[in-house]
Design a protein around this ligand. Structure first.
Ligand SMILES: Cc1cc2nc3c(=O)[nH]c(=O)nc-3n(C[C@H](O)[C@H](O)[C@H](O)COP(=O)(O)OP(=O)(O)OC[C@H]3O[C@@H](n4cnc5c(N)ncnc54)[C@H](O)[C@@H]3O)c2cc1C
Length: 174
């Protein structure tokens, strides 16, 4: 269980753009810090690249169209699942390897930086600008392309917003 957050953002309006994992986590954290959060999502559903559908003609189990598997070391999303009291279902005992480029539906990785992208630019992607903080799996230093990276980045963006507010407070008299 995550420690309760201090409501430093009470009375502050914050707009979160995008209701994928990262935006939802940022919104949740900001709300827990007391902010008045408005979430704007372009699609008619939340979840972004995580999307479960039910199709009884095809399968009794829900069908995942995007993010689904959580590795052992994905601590941020595991912690979120514990908070939300979601039960994870072990699916593999011995691990596995999937060659995305051989998958006839994916025809390549489900996410990638293009060949000319330089690793040292990664930290720039997460840097806040003025009163704007950025989240999303692509801003994660180690877990870009994973739900874990999205969750981590949502927590980080909420902390960045809190920090912006704290920096605006008048400093204590010497
Ligand atoms: C086929 C597939 C399989 C995957 N499998 C796994 C897996 O097994 N395990 C794993 O960990 N990860 C997996 N992933 C990756 C995982 O789904 C993503 O890393 C994660 O969901 C990204 O979350 P996000 O919030 O960063 O971005 P997104 O989920 O892309 O969310 C961004 C949201 O912002 C909205 N948006 C964008 N622009 C605007 C705008 N201008 N105004 C308003 N809204 C906007 C979008 O509609 C979207 O809802 C998979 C992805 C795919 C596609």
């Amino acid at each position: 269980m995550r420690k309760a957050l201090t409501p430093f953002l009470k009375g502050q309006r914050v707009i979160v753009v995008g209701g994928g994992r990262a935006g939802l986590v940022a919104g949740r954290d900001l709300g827990a810090r007391g902010a008045d959060v408005q979430l704007l999502e372009a699609r008619a559903r939340l979840g972004g690249r995580v999307c479960s559908i039910d199709d009884a003609d095809f399968s009794d189990a829900p069908i995942e169209l995007g993010g689904e598997f959580i590795d052992g070391e994905h601590a941020a999303i595991r912690s979120l699942c514990r908070d939300l009291k979601l039960t994870l279902v072990p699916v593999l005992k011995d691990g596995f390897g999937l060659s995305w480029e051989l998958d006839p539906y994916a025809l390549g990785g489900y996410t990638f930086f293009p060949p000319d992208f330089r690793p040292e630019w990664r930290s720039e992607l997460s840097r806040s600008f003025g009163r704007i903080a950025f989240a999303g799996d692509h801003t994660s230093r180690y877990w870009h392309g994973y739900m874990n990276g999205a969750v981590e980045s949502g927590h980080r963006a909420a902390r960045d917003i809190e920090m912006m507010k704290l920096m605006e407070l008048p400093s204590a008299p010497a």
